[in-house]
Ligand binder design. Structure first.
Ligand code: ADP
Length: 420
């Protein structure tokens, strides 16, 4: 028998007793009212005890009672006990998580939507100079590097921002923000000093070697040219060898020039001048003196950037379009503007690039292996230079190509770079 059935039976019994007594004494109504008042007072007392028990935490064993109230006490007690167990488990998990993040070598800081610090680990205190008392402080007030503040504001956290440590400027940090939860962000700062040092060493090494190779190569080329002047063609072997030597030194010179340019792009500061792009394109086309190049200038737009760098990039793209297409096929260069940006399209009807190679052609030294009638010389560095130049102008290189039909290399500049 369940508890409600028992309660109902008790009430029915009481009601029957009252009805019988009321029948004999003619006091049915007062007796019924008295019964209802009694039950009401009893439940009121129980509610009071229950509220008192809850108010004091409801943790201790519940008061002795009976009937439906015992059932209510039992259920609430059980729910509370389960909650307590769950809370204990959760706080143990949180503790374990905190301990592991405390032990992380990378700095980790939890930020809320107002950029205030919610929590920071030990490494954050060491490398970012945060203190335990900084909880609730806005992070831009503590890490004041302009690059960091604009990174935080940008809301675009795809790439990390590189900063010196506020504690020690010999330490370089890669700071990255990750969005999670409702408006929460995790800031991670990794010590990349060694990595940056190695990268600098690599760049310096390439730049130094290329620079040092320049002079011997010029001397060598000079001697080869002098020998060629003296050669009267009496020995085909000698003539051939000199011609080969000249070709190879020229190739090496191109390679060294491209490597130096890349090193320059990686290390030197950016220049901001107003570049008259239509004029520059006219000059490049004129220098190439090829009839099959059609220049379409649909916009008079100028760009904010570095003229020499842009010249290299555009010359490389035009050079490739000419190199990788038949000698009589047309090449189109179009300079135009839309509401999305300013664009330079270099379109050819040449051999095209397979889809699988498109993503790789901008890698250094990557050259597509294709069976061609004649060998096309190149360093494999041209598109890497183009990509770097465009990156330095906040622009993108978009490559569309159909194997056997032709390619379109598009330089997409943002409108912010536009200067009338
Ligand atoms: P390089 O031309 O010196 O080999 P690049 O970096 O300029 O080096 O180009 C890399 C590779 O991309 C080239 O070897 C070529 O296979 C491919 N490529 C570049 N431009 C074109 C083009 N317009 N049409 C077809 N293939 C191209």
């Amino acid at each position: 028998m369940n508890i409600w059935q028992r309660e109902l039976i008790v009430f029915t019994l009481l009601f029957t007793v009252i009805s019988i007594i009321g029948l004999f004494t003619k006091l049915f109504v007062p007796l019924l009212l008295a019964l209802i008042a009694l039950l009401f007072i009893q439940h009121l007392r129980q509610i009071h005890r229950f509220e008192k028990w809850l108010r004091t935490g409801g943790n201790s064993t519940y008061p002795k009672t009976s009937g439906v109230w015992e059932e209510i006490y039992y259920h609430v007690y059980r729910i509370k006990k389960n909650n307590k167990r769950r809370k204990k488990k959760l706080s143990k998990m949180v503790d374990q998580f905190r301990q592991s993040t405390e032990a992380l070598p990378d700095a980790a800081v939890v930020l809320n939507e107002s950029d205030e610090i919610e929590w920071a680990n030990k490494a954050a205190r060491a490398v970012l100079g945060l203190r335990s008392g900084d909880k609730g402080q806005r992070i831009p007030n503590l890490i004041r590097f302009p690059e960091f503040i604009s990174y935080l504001k940008s809301k675009n956290y795809d790439e990390p921002v590189i900063l010196p440590s506020p504690q020690n400027n010999q330490i370089t940090l890669a700071v990255r923000i990750i969005n999670y939860g409702a408006g929460l962000r995790l800031l991670l700062a990794q010590d990349v000093t060694q990595l940056k040092q190695m990268e600098r060493m690599r760049k310096d090494f390439v730049a130094n070697v290329s620079h040092e190779l320049r002079t011997p190569l010029t001397v060598l080329k000079g001697y080869i040219e002098t020998l060629q002047d003296f050669d009267e063609g009496s020995s085909p072997l000698l003539t051939n060898s000199l011609c080969n030597m000249q070709g190879q030194t020229e190739r090496m010179q191109h390679l060294v020039d491209d490597l130096l340019l890349l090193a320059h792009l990686e290390t030197k500061g950016k220049k901001h001048e107003i570049v008259d792009v239509p004029h520059l394109l006219n000059k490049i086309c004129h220098e190439n003196r090829v009839d099959r190049v059609k220049l379409i200038l649909d916009s008079p737009a100028n760009l904010l950037g570095d003229e020499n760098e842009l010249r290299s990039a555009f010359t490389n793209l035009l050079g490739n379009a000419l190199k990788y297409s038949p000698e009589n096929s047309p090449v189109q260069i179009r300079w135009y503007q839309t509401e999305k940006g300013v664009f330079l399209d270099v379109i050819d009807e040449g051999e095209g690039i397979a889809q699988a190679d498109i993503s790789r052609v901008t890698e250094r030294f990557y050259r597509v292996e294709t069976k061609r009638d004649k060998k096309i010389s190149g360093t494999g560095l041209g598109l890497a230079i183009v990509k770097h130049v465009l990156m330095r102008h906040d622009a993108q290189l978009v490559i569309r190509s159909d194997l056997g039909k032709g390619s379109c290399f598009q330089c997409a500049f943002p409108l912010q770079r536009l200067r009338e």
